[in-house]
Design a protein around this ligand. Structure first.
Ligand code: SAM
Length: 341
């Protein structure tokens, strides 16, 4: 499925009626030349032996699973344009994001603009309220697996400070700000684009959020050796999947993220490129491989533990605006929560 992007939140159209834009609609000549550069410069990934090995492991796992549409070898060259609408992959390249955040940083310094709210303000508000309810239910020993388990009425926030939060691919960091406004206080954001982290830091400082932690870091080869009770991803797996090697990188993503979520912790993924069922299926496949990018992962010490899935589907947001397409009703955005065993 090609990537698309909703317009920024200041669009005058209500979200349900906004047109979904193909990346090609948004790509300027400058963007194209940036992309052209990035085809010829090997991407920042894959420069070390370890990483090459992880790539090879992920490719092995991919080929052995037989469930993925694209074989690793399809994308042997960064110069190849991988999908029919080619430009979809621009959003998978770090050079794209570096250029985008250089513009957004300039806009911030000149006009004070915060930049894009990906998927719009309504989605962000719904996502944060819903996630907060999940966390509060879990804190009280409940397993909120059903739609009715998510309470919308105000709840006691006293449990929230114990939830360490990591936002993967934080961009301008506005999701962290929204989480802070709803009572979370231990907040960390990472992004592989230095410009994104500069922007997120500047905005947080301007808006009075002085306790956020930010780090320039690639989710796929993270420097973090800490685990978090809540890991959020809004649009980052989508971007990773749009890399020319996106299918392999998605496998590496699960491997990396499984190490970042603390046992018993929560992973909340928001996507516009995958449906809830597709995300759940991807996680099932990861679980079936026994975790890890390598199909020859170390034999688990405890055979009982081997039968435990790494991530368990918990719940998903049902209240996003829906639209009708080809006789089916759907929503443009999916948010799914998984519990880490
Ligand atoms: C669609 S934007 C979403 C930004 C932010 N999460 C939001 O909702 O506003 C995707 C973000 O992921 C970041 N990103 C993509 N791949 C990444 C990776 N491998 N490691 C860290 N950040 C990544 C990009 O720089 C970009 O900020």
């Amino acid at each position: 499925m090609a990537g698309f992007r909703l317009p920024p939140e200041d669009s005058e159209l209500p979200q349900a009626n906004r047109p979904a834009l193909a990346p090609s609609d948004l790509v300027s000549d400058d963007d194209r030349s940036i992309a052209a550069d990035s085809w010829s410069i090997k991407s920042e990934y894959g420069s070390t032996l370890d990483d090459d090995q992880r790539h090879a492991d992920a490719a092995d796992a991919l080929l052995s699973s037989g469930n993925f549409r694209t074989a690793a070898s399809d994308y042997s060259s960064d110069k190849e344009v991988p999908d029919a609408d080619g430009v979809g992959s621009l959003l998978g390249l770090q050079s794209y994001w570096d250029a985008a955040y250089a513009d957004e940083l300039a806009n911030f310094h000149e006009h004070g603009h915060a930049g894009e709210v990906w998927f719009g303000g309504d989605v962000m508000e719904t996502l944060v309220c819903w996630t907060k309810s999940l966390c509060l239910e879990l804190s009280q020993g409940h397993l909120p697996t059903d739609v009715n388990d998510i309470k919308e009425e105000p709840q006691d926030d006293k449990y929230l400070p114990s939830w360490s939060v990591l936002d993967l691919g934080t961009g301008n960091g506005l999701l962290l700000q929204e989480l802070a406004k709803h009572g979370f206080s231990d907040l960390t954001g990472i992004d592989y684009s230095e410009g994104a982290i500069d922007l997120a830091r500047s905005l947080a400082y301007r808006d009075g959020f002085t306790n956020f932690k930010f780090l320039v870091d690639d989710v796929l080869e993270t420097k973090l050796d800490q685990q978090f009770k809540l890991v959020m991803d809004k649009g980052t797996l989508d971007a990773i999947g749009l890399h020319p090697d996106g299918t392999i990188k998605r496998i590496m993503y699960w491997d990396s993220v499984s190490k970042l979520v603390a046992p018993g912790g929560l992973l909340v993924i928001t996507s516009c490129n995958s449906t809830k069922d597709e995300i759940v299926q991807e996680v099932d496949e990861y679980n079936q491989r026994g975790g890890g990018a390598s199909i020859e992962a170390e034999a688990p010490k405890d055979p009982e533990a081997a039968r435990e899935p790494i991530f368990r589907y918990l719940n998903h947001v049902r209240s996003y605006p829906t639209f009708m397409f080809g006789g089916s009703v759907g929503s443009r955005v999916a948010t799914v929560a998984f519990l880490r065993n």
